[in-house]
Ligand binder design. Structure first.
Ligand code: ARG
Length: 627
């Protein structure tokens, strides 16, 4: 996806013009970086280019001489944007200082102030599939699913905001032996009257899952050890009973395992009785998942679920196709693998016992996503620990030609994320070492946000506070997750995420609510604000200028965030915008000024609010009008 140069961002406009000017200097490399940075000293200008020094080295000329030539060449390209460049603008060894024209900033701002906020839909939108959420049947969503859901949805929204066609795919883990184990246990318990199938909850399923797994795992290693131990003449008699017990457990587990395998076969053969119970498992899990997705204000819906089971009929023909075309090899024991150069371990697509794997399904998923859904780009928002799996699967799919479109290879990307840690810097768990449920995490964040809201606005009646707390809590949890570089682990702290100060969700919501309150106040005071939306903009004050430059960077910031699959970039942008607004509000009275200034500043306020709202919306962070 080409990240179009923003026609708004002064830094990008300067970079582009300087690049052109450098290219026209004899002997200069075509790709030289213009090295545009904000000026260290405001009295010298707004930005400087530091390109002359490295160029001088390459060309064996004097840096100041290069700087003069560059200034002369870039001047005409930038005449609309910057004050005329003179020798006085070349400082030190050869820095070129440039000062933006206030009227140029005002003109750019007025252009940005359109419904699209500088982000027009592309002429040829692409289709982007985002693999997100990825829950597993019969398991509660836990803190790991927070990341795949929240970051995945934010990435999807970023592409949507840029005008691309986005298809969310919840690759539900709903197939295979473990699922057959729970299904069998559930059937048994229902038959014994221990459980009412119609009233079964996800908690029941979660418990059954653990039981079923334990009951079907033969204690083979332990038994071996005991047998070796018991053979010793001295301990023989003493341990005989223990070995016998273990042998019994082993036998029972073997029996359970083979019963589960039979259940899997029945499931594969669409046995109506087994399928009905499996469907129950599915419905209960997905209902709880969608409930969490809705509470998290994501756009993930029922239509987005495409579980592993949906590929089951495709796996045998897919592996046959791979073998037939020589993409995969059958090994001596009967296992089938795809070898791809540069990847240390081959991708196993069929086990020696004939079973298919997680990887087989993922190869099938790529084929469907590219060929049927028409994806140009497939983005996997999945835990970083699955990095090797995705390299194998992507390699296998490319080798098989399953990722090939009319326009070339689809881009397959793993948007990997790190772990959520507790304050002790270990994986975030309950005291007893259990995974923390996502729904409980949300409840707690909302409760903490409620306390904050009560503290900061004690006069607001409780009935009004509760919905605000709900939004603030969800915003806090989402922003804390999104604002961290996704590849890094981060420490989960309720106290930090609900704070009104610092780089937090509530701080941004508060900044937005504060801007909205300016307009309420104007109405209360009976100040005439009519027509401010089209008022001429003036950005003469340094704080106005700083705010203007931050606003103008919005389109490029959204583009870059999407291009790099990094929502934290947009978070950082919004945080800086809130900071720039704060500076503006502190130094530039809005309602107290004379009519012309007031109208211009009101327009700046309104534009800031719209950009903040649009940015939060693009990240999937809910907001409120007042806090
Ligand atoms: N269910 C998987 C897990 O819990 C995540 C699925 C990720 N998506 C994929 N296409 N493999 O690890």
């Amino acid at each position: 996806m080409p990240a179009d140069r923003s026609e708004f961002d002064p830094v990008e406009l300067l970079t582009h013009a300087f690049r052109q000017a450098i290219a026209s200097i004899e002997g200069a490399p075509a790709d030289a970086d213009p090295l545009i940075t904000p000026s260290k000293r405001a009295e010298l200008g707004d930005f400087q280019s530091n390109a002359a020094m490295p160029l001088a080295k390459i060309l064996g000329r004097k840096p100041r001489e290069i700087a003069s030539e560059l200034a002369e060449k870039v001047g005409p390209l930038l005449s609309d944007l910057v004050e005329p460049l003179t020798d006085a603008d070349i400082a030190g060894p050869g820095f070129i200082n440039v000062r933006l024209k206030p009227e140029a900033l005002a003109r750019l701002l007025a252009q940005l102030d359109s419904p699209a906020l500088g982000l027009e839909a592309p002429a040829e939108p692409e289709t982007v599939v985002v693999d997100l959420c990825g829950v597993n049947l019969a398991k509660q969503m836990h803190v790991g699913h927070l990341r795949s859901t929240v970051i995945g949805d934010a990435l999807a929204r970023l592409f949507e905001r840029l005008g691309h066609t986005v298809i969310r795919q919840n690759h539900v883990g709903d197939w295979g032996l473990p699922i057959a184990m729970v299904t069998r246990t559930l059937m048994e318990q229902a038959a014994q009257g221990k459980l009412d199938l119609d009233a079964v909850t996800l908690d029941d399923l979660d418990r059954l899952y653990k039981e079923a797994k334990a009951e079907s795992t033969p204690p083979t290693a332990k038994l071996k050890m005991w047998r070796a131990w018991a053979r010793h003449p001295k301990v023989d008699a003493e341990f005989e009973d223990d070995v016998r017990t273990l042998e019994g457990e082993h036998e029972a587990a073997e029996a359970n395992l083979s019963a589960s395998k039979q259940t899997l076969v029945r499931l594969q053969n669409h046995d109506a009785e087994v399928e009905a119970v499996w469907q129950k498992l599915y419905d209960v899990t997905i209902a709880a998942c969608l409930d969490n997705c809705a509470r998290l204000k994501t756009r993930i819906t029922e239509q987005d679920s495409a579980g592993e089971s949906s590929y089951r009929e495709e796996l045998a023909p897919l592996v046959a196709d791979l073998i037939e075309r020589g993409v995969a090899e059958e090994e001596a024991g009967g296992a089938v693998v795809v070898r791809v150069g540069g990847i240390e371990e081959p991708c196993l697509v069929r086990k020696s016992d004939g079973g298919y794997l997680y990887a087989t399904t993922d190869v099938a998923a790529i084929r469907r996503r590219v060929r049927t859904l028409g994806a140009h780009r497939v983005v996997y928002c999945v835990d970083a620990r699955q990095a090797l799996h995705f390299r194998q699967v992507f390699g296998a799919a490319h080798k098989a030609g399953y990722a090939t479109t009319g326009a070339g290879e689809a881009k397959l990307e793993h948007a990997a994320f790190g772990m959520v840690l507790g304050e002790d810097r270990r994986p975030f768990k309950t005291r007893s070492g259990e995974n923390i449920r996502l729904s409980e995490l949300l409840d707690e964040a909302i409760a903490r946000a409620g306390e904050k809201v009560a503290e900061s606005s004690p006069d607001t009646p409780e009935a009004e506070r509760l919905p605000i707390a709900e939004v603030v809590g969800i915003a806090a949890i989402k922003y804390a997750d999104l604002s961290n570089d996704r590849i890094k682990d981060y420490v989960f702290s309720y106290d930090r995420m609900v704070a009104l100060q610092g780089n937090t969700g509530p701080y941004l919501l508060y900044a937005l609510a504060r801007i909205k309150s300016i307009f309420r106040k104007a109405a209360e005071l009976g100040i005439d604000t009519a027509g401010f939306e089209r008022a001429p903009l003036a950005v003469g004050e340094p704080a106005e200028k700083a705010l203007a430059m931050q606003l103008l960077a919005y389109p490029s910031s959204v583009r870059r965030s999407a291009e790099h699959l990094e929502p934290h970039r947009l978070c950082a942008y919004l945080y800086d915008l809130a900071g720039a607004f704060s500076g503006f509000f502190e130094h530039c009275p809005v309602l107290k000024g004379e009519a012309g200034v007031r109208a211009s500043r009101l327009r700046l306020c309104a534009l800031t609010a719209r950009v903040l709202e649009d940015g939060l919306e693009t990240l999937g962070i809910p907001h409120v009008d007042r806090m």
